[in-house]
Design a protein around this ligand. Structure first.
Ligand code: DAH
Length: 350
């Protein structure tokens, strides 16, 4: 019977056929060649229609045997390939735990950022929110509402970058956020905010001046607030930044937005108050300005001074960082340092 001959032929063709298979692709190609839609075994199987009835059974059995042989060889080789793949993966991905690790270099916070973050952490623990204001500001917020009308002599102290005429400027201080914040609260709620950010003045850059620098503003509005509350707050800040043994003092000063106004001094951390070149022999170092919010400013910004009062303060962040880290040129902060320089600040506490 010619068909049985065909089955036998295929059967012997299968011998050794799988031995040459090297990968899954070849295996799949082989499967298509024999068992696919037009595969050799599939086509043979379809011939059953042409087989005379008395031979059908025999033919069917033979073709089944052929299929079984193909399938079992196929399964065997598929499994071998799978195992080989897993072994290869295990070998190539093996981890030698005794090898030294690769050190991952992490970035380092800039000293200015460190001071800001430590102030934020402390003041947030006292219930302050951190807010932001725009660097391109209106004269209205930067000066007018803060009791610095046009022509006021105190404006001269802040030589300002104006943008297109007189209405817009680069903020010369972070104080305008006070006005913005009070107006936003419409004279209704107590306020506790700090606002760190960039400020700009038309200064010649030298060791202690930069046309762009960083300030942090603080504002507290409530009822029955006293200068003593400001002093207590400042004392916490001073001790956090410069150590528990610092003492603090207020010196009378003048700012148009506060009345009374003070300069905030700390006892010199270098000589402990005896007098040295850092404190210029005075034993004290000025670190910021502050005062009780001027009733004029409260009224300008929608708060009734008969009901509300509060204090405000402002720090120059570069100055704090220079004092804290012993840096004597403000320009150092704006150079693109390599990581080694910044790493020095790792070992110092806030
Ligand atoms: N804005 C002031 C400056 O740039 C600093 C300052 C002083 C801010 C007293 C205040 C304050 O809020 O009450 O020199």
């Amino acid at each position: 019977m010619i068909h049985i001959e065909k089955v036998k032929e295929l059967m012997s063709e299968l011998n050794g056929l799988f031995e040459e298979i090297r990968n899954k692709n070849e295996l799949e190609t082989l499967k298509a060649e024999y068992m696919g839609k037009n595969g050799k075994i599939t086509l043979l199987n379809q011939m059953i229609k042409e087989i005379p009835n008395e031979d059908k059974k025999e033919f069917g059995m033979q073709v089944n045997e052929l299929k079984n042989k193909f399938n079992s060889e196929f399964a065997k080789v598929a499994q071998e390939l799978e195992e080989a793949e897993i072994n290869e993966k295990l070998n190539s991905e093996a981890i030698d735990v005794s090898l030294p690790g690769t050190k991952i270099e992490v970035g380092n916070a800039h000293p200015i950022e460190r001071i800001i973050e430590s102030l934020e952490a402390l003041l947030m623990s006292m219930g302050y929110d951190v807010i932001e204001g725009p660097e391109v500001e209106k004269d209205l917020y930067n000066f007018e509402l803060l009791n610095l009308p046009k022509g006021h002599p105190a404006r001269d102290a802040q030589d300002t970058f104006y943008i297109k005429g007189e209405e817009y400027l680069l903020r010369s201080q972070t104080s305008p956020v006070q006005a913005r914040c009070m107006l936003a609260h419409e004279g209704k709620d107590p306020i506790r905010i700090i606002c760190p950010g960039k400020t700009y003045r038309r200064d010649e850059d030298d060791a202690t001046h930069s046309h762009q620098f960083t300030q942090m503003e603080g504002l507290l509005i409530d009822t029955g607030i006293t200068l003593g509350d400001l002093k207590g707050t400042f004392e916490e800040i001073a001790k956090m930044l410069f150590g528990k043994s610092r003492s603090t003092r207020f010196r009378p000063s003048f700012y148009p937005f506060t009345e009374p106004s003070v300069e905030m001094d700390i006892s010199c951390f270098n000589c402990n108050g005896k007098g040295c070149n850092i404190c210029k022999g005075t034993g004290w170092i000025t670190v910021g300005g502050a005062g009780m919010v001027n009733p004029i400013v409260l009224r300008n910004c929608g708060y009734d001074p008969n009901k509300w009062n509060g204090f405000a303060f402002g720090f120059g962040i570069e100055r704090l960082a220079m004092l804290k880290y012993g840096i004597n040129d403000v320009r150092t902060f704006y150079i693109n340092h390599d990581i080694k320089t910044l790493k020095q600040f790792d070992r110092r506490e806030y």
